[in-house]
Design a protein around this ligand. Structure first.
Ligand code: SF4
Length: 333
């Protein structure tokens, strides 16, 4: 392991100054991903700026009835918060579907958004000689012809087919969350759906955060009408990344879909907001045939690799199953 310096920031101004003063500085939340990647040489920070003393560990109701979630709120506290569970159940379910209890106790909201892909060619770091454009720009992508069972079927590029591993971010995308940040020049914000950059030819450049910016939190607008749910399919029942997941909210009146929100996880380099499916559903019947047709409309853009085509029927099944459950729940309200 390489030597690095560690500083526990006193406040946001202190943290920003430290991040701005050292090009190889990294903000440290719970460290559940960053420290792992330091061990394999993927991340090689000269300075870690610990954010745990910053006043970013609160969840507050906003003036319009949404929620502001601080960047250092732990996943455990987020999932347990009564207003999150009551108003955004899919969000609490997504958090609880991720990692393990011990990891959720440490992991933070900001760190969750910035976590890196679990593509094995990437995480192996300096132990592996395999090419990886995300780890070593311009070196190639071993996953294209190698192991890509878990990789992207939507929105990928020939330069990288990795998926984003977050469950939380998928639910945030469905709820139209906005990521807030602070820089030396002042505050800023980015919709979650624009927070992750398209892969293109630069898969190592992952987010739209300005250089030196610090994520301060996430703002949720008021919850959409109707029930919501997060469902994750994985190789084992806990402590595993998704093979495919869905965050959905459905508003149904008199058998007709008034509003639908859908976001897929583990299919792309970012949470995939399924807007074609939403459009297909809105104003139509709330039945299994319509749900399947909406999934097909979204997945017509999919370009699976030789060994991950199974994700398409998996996602179609998820959409039909979860929306059927939500329609039934909506009918009892
Ligand atoms: Fe690297 Fe992306 Fe290819 Fe994985 S899919 S080897 S992360 S370039």
């Amino acid at each position: 392991m390489r030597e690095f310096r560690y500083h526990r920031a006193a406040d946001t101004v202190d943290a920003l100054a430290l991040l701005a003063g050292e090009p190889d500085a990294r903000p440290l939340g719970g460290g559940t991903n960053l420290v792992d990647l330091m061990k394999t040489g993927v991340e090689r920070p000269a300075l870690l700026v610990d954010l745990r003393d910053l006043p970013l560990d609160r969840i507050e109701t906003t003036a319009d009835g949404g929620l502001r979630i601080g960047a250092t709120v732990t996943n455990t506290d987020l999932a347990a918060h009564p207003e999150v569970r009551r108003r955004y159940p899919a969000l609490a379910q997504a958090v609880l579907a991720g990692a393990s209890g011990q990891l959720r106790n440490m992991a933070t909201v900001g760190g969750n958004l910035l976590q890196r892909t679990r593509c094995g060619y990437f995480t192996a770091g300096t132990v592996s000689a395999a090419p990886c454009n995300k780890r070593v720009p311009g070196s190639g992508c071993a996953a294209l012809t190698g192991e890509h069972r878990d990789h992207a079927v939507l929105g990928a590029s020939p330069h990288c087919v990795a998926v984003h591993p977050s469950d939380l971010a998928v639910a945030l995308a469905a709820f139209d969350a906005v990521v807030t940040h602070e820089t030396a020049e002042g505050p800023g914000e980015t919709p979650l759906t624009a927070f992750y950059r398209p892969v293109g030819a630069t898969p190592h450049r992952e987010t739209a955060l300005p250089p030196g910016a610090l994520i301060t939190g996430v703002v949720l607008p008021p919850a959409p009408p109707g029930p919501s749910r997060y469902r994750k399919v994985r190789d084992r029942a806990s402590y595993a990344f998704a093979l495919g997941s869905l965050a959905a909210a459905l508003d149904v009146r008199d058998g007709v879909v008034r509003e639908a929100r859908l976001a897929f996880g583990a299919v792309a380099s970012h949470p995939w907001r399924a807007r074609r499916a939403e459009q297909a559903l809105t104003g139509g019947p709330a039945d299994a045939a319509a749900f399947a047709a909406a999934a097909d409309a979204e997945l017509s853009a999919a370009r699976p690799l030789p060994r991950n085509g199974y994700k398409l029927p998996l996602l179609r099944g998820l959409v039909v199953r979860v929306l059927t459950e939500l329609a039934e729940e909506a009918a009892t309200r």
